[in-house]
Design a protein around this ligand. Structure first.
Ligand SMILES: Cc1cc2nc3c(=O)[nH]c(=O)nc-3n(C[C@H](O)[C@H](O)[C@H](O)COP(=O)(O)OP(=O)(O)OC[C@H]3O[C@@H](n4cnc5c(N)ncnc54)[C@H](O)[C@@H]3O)c2cc1C
Length: 392
């Protein structure tokens, strides 16, 4: 492994930061990952299931030399999808073909483990929470909560939604999307709630309407994780009076918002376990760009936080990592050129994804989200039929 010009610091050991470290290491380039978590298993849950897109997430894993590990962990059947209205009417159902590798699902925890196992363990510094970064003539000084300071030539902010590196390149800040989630779940669902297991099936379910949604998904560990969505204002999660730390009362309070929804759907709330997570859905402005700055750049949510409604955030974090790593490889010792090449490509491919994430949020969590989704499917079906006609 060759060190040192430039010294590369990656702040954040999430999906983006780990992929970047891995691809650089595949090319013999050393980088140090500074992660705020105290240790690898410090966080009890790494989140839900992610569908990996061929042109971004899957491509990145190929560049990282991790296709075999990825294939061993994917669930192609997780692409199954059901759409319901609030009365419990099934409006649309899609079943994945056997071994369909279009957008197979993988649990975020499994993906993070694959990446973590692939990175030189000595290159990850745990318990390093960045509090401030300062640029000095193209170099950066990193200040950590433990009082230590490091200097680097190329600083990469892979530190997610509330990035401490972002202020070095832009004044933009995450804004509330107009939607809040309450994340709930049911563990070991096949054994404990077989009717709900059957309702959700192998993939994801969307029940939409009245500016709300109940959106469960099957995870690889036998758990159903569900996002209950509300189109409500930024402070709603703290002012609505739902006592999230008292799950029995919180379940009853959430159910009050769904009294005229089909009981078979609201059973997902009625029988959820005690893990309840309020999640405001935040996003950076759609179309955000900035002039390249010498020696510092961003990847993943730090660069383009978007709502999860296009299923793109993790895929883009992986793609950014690969694009930046390859730009570093192709411009040895020249961080300025590496950043310019990477950011030009990144801003272009991110734009349609962030537009889709914002558009889909508006469609889905709306007064008639079910009908809006049906209209979108109709459009996509027509485009697919046109494509088939053109191929003939
Ligand atoms: C409810 C929900 C569902 C989603 N579903 C999907 C989906 O289906 N498909 C999809 O593609 N995307 C999805 N996403 C988006 C996806 O989770 C993110 O886009 C992705 O995790 C971004 O990766 P990242 O590496 O940029 O950031 P993160 O995964 O947030 O990682 C950031 C890392 O930086 C560390 N860190 C933070 N601050 C500091 C600091 N100051 N100093 C040091 N370290 C720090 C954190 O501990 C963390 O390890 C979803 C998001 C949400 C909220």
């Amino acid at each position: 492994m060759h060190r040192t010009t430039p010294r590369i610091a990656i702040v954040g050991g999430g999906l983006g930061g780990l992929t970047l470290a891995r691809v650089l290491q595949v090319h013999g380039i050393e980088a140090t990952v500074y992660e705020a978590d105290a240790a690898r298993h410090a966080r009890p849950s790494q989140g839900g299931t992610l569908d990996m897109h061929p042109e971004s997430g899957q491509r990145a894993l190929r560049e990282a030399g991790l296709t075999a590990e990825f294939l061993a962990g994917v669930r192609p059947e997780g692409q199954d999808m059901k759409l319901f209205d609030k009365h419990g009417t099934l409006l649309r159902e899609e079943a994945a073909r056997e071994n369909d590798m279009d957008r197979p699902e993988i649990d975020r925890g499994a993906l993070r483990s694959i990446l973590m196992d692939s990175v030189d363990p000595d290159s990850i510094r745990w318990g390093k929470k960045l509090t401030k970064a300062v640029t000095l003539d193209g170099r950066s000084e990193l200040h950590f909560a433990d009082g230590t300071v490091e200097i680097c030539d190329l600083l990469v902010g892979a530190d997610g939604a509330w990035s401490r590196v972002r202020p070095l390149v832009t004044d933009a800040k995450p804004e509330h999307s107009g939607v809040n989630f309450v994340e709930i779940g049911i563990t070991d669902v096949d054994r404990t709630q077989s009717a709900l297991a059957e309702l959700v099936g192998r993939g994801s379910l969307y029940a939409l309407g009245d500016n709300k949604g109940i959106m469960p998904q099957r995870n690889g560990d036998g758990r159903i994780r569900a996002y209950v969505a509300f189109r409500t204002h930024e402070d709603w999660l703290t002012t609505c009076g739902i006592p999230f730390d008292r799950p029995d009362e919180a379940r009853a309070a959430i159910l009050e918002y769904f009294t005229d929804w089909a009981p078979e759907l609201t059973d997902l709330i009625r029988y959820c376990d005690d893990t309840m997570l309020p999640r405001p859905i935040m996003q950076l402005p759609v179309g955000l760009t900035w002039e390249s700055k010498p020696g510092v750049t961003l990847i993943g949510d730090a660069a383009h936080l978007m709502s999860p409604f296009a299923g793109a955030g993790a895929n883009l974090a992986l793609l950014d990592a690969v694009e930046l790593a390859l730009a570093v490889v192709e411009n040895p010792g020249n961080p300025v050129a590496s950043i310019e090449v990477y950011e030009k490509a990144m801003h272009e491919y991110v734009l349609p994804e962030s537009q889709a994430a914002s558009h889909h949020l508006d469609l889905m969590i709306s007064p008639d989200g079910d009908q809006q989704m049906m209209a979108l499917f109709k459009q996509l079906d027509a485009m697919g039929a046109e494509g088939t006609d053109a191929e003939r």
